[in-house]
Design a protein around this ligand. Structure first.
Ligand SMILES: [Zn+2]
Length: 200
């Protein structure tokens, strides 16, 4: 990107590497913003700044939020006896869209995959166990993890950790195709998988 004014080059570099964005698309985005009214570009910049400044993780469930406890953890109408365990924050949105779940969540921060450096210690499994131990009103755990190998390994690991704790553990029914990423499952399929979850 030689001979480009620094501001255009810097903006293109910022876009380059976003999911699905390569150098050409990044440059197209930078050029597009140059053609926009100044207030549009400033609003765009402010929204990114607020992402960096305000988004944190909820101390209770681990989901991205602008407050802690987050809106779900602080909602007294949510059922605190049932915890849905998901890998990442976007998975919560997928489950919420089904409208089939009114309990609370726990975000693991990923699934176990030693090859990628994701060991149980790097996830919030310890916090999950402590949460269940300190809140005896938690009666059921739903493992809502992707149906791929890391998802299976993580479910097995958590079940093992929970054997001595009197809590019902279920996993989403196999309505989800093997290898399915929860984030991209449609609300209807995911809603059915929740309703037909299997106790283990
Ligand atoms: Zn929370």
């Amino acid at each position: 990107m030689a001979n480009l004014p620094d501001p255009i080059q810097n903006a293109a570099s910022a876009f380059d590497g976003l999911p699905g964005v390569g150098p050409r698309a990044a440059l197209r985005y930078a050029y597009f913003l140059v053609t926009q009214p100044r207030e549009v570009v400033e609003r765009f910049a402010r929204s990114l700044q607020s992402l960096a400044e305000k988004i944190r993780t909820c101390d209770t469930c681990g989901q991205w939020s602008d407050r802690s406890p987050c809106n779900i953890c602080s909602d007294p109408t949510r059922d605190s006896s049932i915890l849905c365990v998901v890998a990442t924050s976007p998975d919560i949105r997928s489950v919420e869209e089904t409208g089939a779940f009114k309990g609370r969540y726990h975000v693991l921060g990923g699934t176990i995959d030693p090859i990628e450096g994701r060991t149980p210690d790097t996830l919030t499994i310890r916090q999950l166990l402590s949460r269940i131990t300190h809140h005896p009103d938690v009666k059921e755990i739903i493992l809502a993890l992707d149906t791929d190998i890391p998802g299976d390994v993580t479910c097995l690991y958590i079940r093992k950790q929970l054997t001595s704790i009197p809590v019902k553990v279920s996993r989403l029914a196999r309505g989800l195709p093997t290898g399915a990423a929860l984030e991209y499952a449609d609300a209807h399929t995911l809603g059915d998988a929740l309703k037909n979850r299997k106790e283990s």
